[in-house]
Write a new protein. Sequence first.
Length: 129
Amino acid sequence: MASPYARHYHFLSLITLFTWAALFLTGKLFPTLFPAHLPLPLVAGFAFISLTAFLIFFSGLKKDYERSMFHTLMALGFKMLLSFVFALLFFLIFKNRETASVILFFVLYLEFTLFVILTFVSVLKNKSV
């Protein structure tokens, strides 16, 4: 039996695929714009973080109202915490400190965060309380 929220997972995979393809093509057309090794780990990392937030959020929707709100806040907090850890790894451990790396990181962070928040809002708007 398929999950009632499977389409949101499909949208996440589509956004991940299209974002990676766009960055791959941009890197091939303009090789000096950003290093070629950056797009795949960044997109994969943010997709994993968003998937984790979705799993926490959707697991709490079948619960009562208070637990549902707790799961929503917990999903957003966990996403923020994982994003901080990912930024720490990306910038300090792997030493990606070029301007292009920093801009690409924050553009992808913004893209995936907006997608997650807009998905949460649309699901909560359609959910009967």
